[in-house]
Design a protein around this ligand. Structure first.
Ligand code: 13P
Ligand code: SF4
Length: 396
């Protein structure tokens, strides 16, 4: 076992468990859950939890740990603040005194935190493989091509880009350059009202990259119809749309979706209503329209938590969102019947990349003064992305 002077100084005995670099070797102990011989492993390795606690204590006020609601229980236990993507963006912006922001979430969230924090603050994503398949469904080149299509169709001028937080910094910069806004699932309605309202007077919105959040908000909250929405497919010429379709649309929805929420179906809702008497079906707006219309309530992760927390004992909920959050709510409310909307297990694999070995690695690297996995956004991209993020933070 190698000695670590920093850990020795703060009185921590390093674990014999080696923290592996990604792609370099395997460790049967840390990669538990691959081989399942019978006995279930402990939910949180006490040794890793001890190392994370010691490193966090050694860093004190220098570090601020943000945790998205979809993170694993053992990781979220170390978060100074937990929240949905909107709350976490606000919190990152409100901590200028923290030298290091460790983001337990996914890449686009860490990028946004870097944009919203000062130049002297460092944002760390414990595992760089924690991306988002939805964000990857819109590349900067594809979005520029779409804008060219709108220019050619003569409709770009009246079009306001609104991008979901779940997008790369480059897409946010595109949005800022064209005087649009970022939104999250907790303020998408306000973002669309702003885009169509007196301040911006848009004739239509180009909504990136989640077609479901765009459609659910436009129809469910703003009273639009299916006929007001078209889907722009970046793999097809002109998005697969005619000039008339582009011109007549109020919502041009990017053909993107969340692979986790995309699993829930109308059948899941019907099935759970038959199985759980008196159940309230509560879903995230990244779900398909057919799921949202069949559900009782729809809202962001923060909203879902508030509804469940406020419900009286004996209430029953079927929740359509990421499984870590649903399990946590079920554990926190043993007096309520909380079930997952799908019968099939459905974690967000990229959110789950942030695990205890990576968190310990990131924190101990900060203790050593050798930060790893720093997320930095190029200044020209950050400038316009910040404009779109600030517009979101200023929404009523
Ligand atoms: P919210 O945290 O904004 O509800 O979004 C959920 C999500 O998919 C984050 O990736
Ligand atoms: Fe992306 Fe969906 Fe995972 Fe959220 S839950 S990070 S949208 S893949």
């Amino acid at each position: 076992m190698t000695t670590n002077p920093t850990l020795e100084r703060i009185g921590v005995t390093p674990s014999p468990l080696a923290l592996l670099l990604l792609g370099q070797g395997t460790d049967a102990d840390s990669e538990r859950g691959v081989d399942c011989p019978g006995a279930l492993p402990a939910a949180a390795d006490p040794e890793l939890a001890g190392r994370a606690a010691a490193a966090k204590a050694a860093l004190g006020d220098k570090v601020f740990i943000l945790g998205h609601h979809y993170q694993r229980d053992d990781v979220i236990a170390f978060a100074d603040v937990t929240g949905d993507s909107f709350k976490l963006a606000q919190q990152a912006a409100a901590r200028p005194q923290a030298e290091h922001i460790v983001f337990c979430g996914v890449h686009f969230m860490a990028e946004s935190a870097d944009i919203l924090t000062t130049a002297t603050q460092h944002v760390v994503l414990p595992d760089l493989a924690a991306g988002c398949s939805m964000a990857d469904m819109a590349s900067a080149e594809q979005v520029e091509q779409a804008w060219d299509d709108l220019l050619e169709a003569g409709v770009a001028e009246g079009t306001v880009p609104v991008t979901y937080m779940n997008s790369s910094a480059a897409i946010k910069a595109f949005t800022g350059r064209h005087d649009g806004t970022v939104c999250t699932s907790s303020n998408a309605q306000q973002a669309l009202n702003w885009a169509f309202g007196p301040e911006r007077r848009g004739e239509r919105v180009l909504f990136l990259p989640d077609q479901h959040l765009g459609r659910n908000t436009a129809i469910g909250e703003l009273g639009m119809t299916e006929a007001d929405c078209v889907v722009y497919d970046p793999r097809r010429r002109n998005g697969g749309l005619t000039v008339d379709q582009l011109r007549d649309a109020k919502m041009i929805l990017w053909k993107g979706h969340c692979s986790v929420h995309g699993r829930f179906s109308r059948e899941c809702v019907d099935e759970v209503r038959g199985r759980v008497p008196g159940v309230t079906v509560l879903v995230h707006p990244e779900c398909k329209r057919e799921v949202v219309t069949a559900a009782d309530l729809v809202g962001s992760t923060e909203y879902i938590i508030k509804v469940v927390d406020a419900a009286p004992a004996g209430s029953a909920f079927a929740i359509g969102t990421e499984l870590n959050l649903v399990q946590r709510l079920a554990n926190r409310h043993p007096d309520k019947n909380i079930v997952f909307l799908d019968r099939t297990v459905c974690f967000c694999s990229t959110m789950n990349r942030i695990d205890m070995p990576h968190l310990v690695w990131a924190l101990e690297s900060l203790v050593r003064g050798e930060p790893v996995n720093r997320i930095t956004v190029a200044p020209d991209v950050a400038h316009y992305a910040r404009k779109a993020l600030d517009q979101m933070l200023a929404l009523p």
